[in-house]
Design a protein. Structure first.
Length: 236
């Protein structure tokens, strides 16, 4: 939740990349440890257990990424701007927006689990055919190569390549270039949303966090940095 200017070794990104790279490497180790006669039977068993552990860890990390990207439960009434209903005449009767993470998180887990089961079903059929045609060791090596390719794609999706402003310029007491407050800054109901203890106004985001339904997009809407459903735009 912080705005680090550089990648830290203890960050989620580094930990997940290490976990993901270990999975195809485990598949490669299992391939090399299963030539048949001449290798102790415990070697492929140990590596297959290692692959199973990393697979479960990868599923847990995927669920964690879904929660991290789409969780909006902390954006509760009182910390964001009022719910703007044009039909209500008085300001005191206007409701506040109550965010729910259930639809977004459930949709993300459903999508990831569906793709996972489809790929697992395809791998079962293709793996059986490869085993009969080229042998078990070569087929596991091909599987490790496919895992490595998918790991590269996932790493590209998780890499925070774009710097995006999430806190308006006037939120920390600074003014825009003209030195004047705009009309939105004068709005007594407008309160910028600041998560955690940020060290800056910009955050490096990955492909998932840039999505229209992500929590950071909602925060940018609340901070009037992009257009929301009511058509309000950035003030700074």
């Amino acid at each position: 939740m912080t705005f680090e200017r550089q990648v830290m070794w203890s960050s989620h990104l580094v930990r997940r990349i290490i976990f993901m790279l270990a999975l195809p490497l485990g598949g490669l180790a299992y391939t090399l440890a299963s030539p048949g006669i001449g290798v102790h039977y415990m070697c492929p068993i140990v590596f297959s257990g290692f692959i199973g552990f990393l697979s479960n860890l990868a599923i847990a990390e995927c669920n964690g990424m879904v929660m991290e990207v789409f969780d909006t439960s902390d954006l509760q009434p009182g910390v964001n701007s009022k719910h703007r209903l044009q039909s209500m005449a008085t300001v005191t009767k206007r409701r506040r927006t109550n965010y729910s993470s259930f639809p977004r998180v459930t949709a993300g887990i459903f999508l990831s689990q569906s793709i996972g089961f489809l790929l697992a079903a395809a791998a079962t059929g293709v793996g059986g055919a490869l085993t009969r045609d080229v042998g078990a060791q070569i087929s596991t090596g091909i599987t490790a190569s496919i895992l490595f390719f998918l790991t590269i794609l996932l790493t590209m999706a998780l890499w925070r390549y774009k710097s995006v402003q999430v806190i308006p310029n006037h939120a920390l007491g600074t003014r825009i270039g003209t030195g004047e407050w705009t009309e939105e800054m004068k709005d007594p109901w407008f309160k910028p949303v600041i998560i955690g203890n940020p060290s800056g106004k910009f955050r490096h985001m990955n492909l998932l966090e840039l999505g229209t339904q992500s929590r950071w997009t909602e925060i940018r809407k609340l901070n009037r940095l992009i257009k929301d459903d009511q058509g309000l735009t950035v003030a700074s």
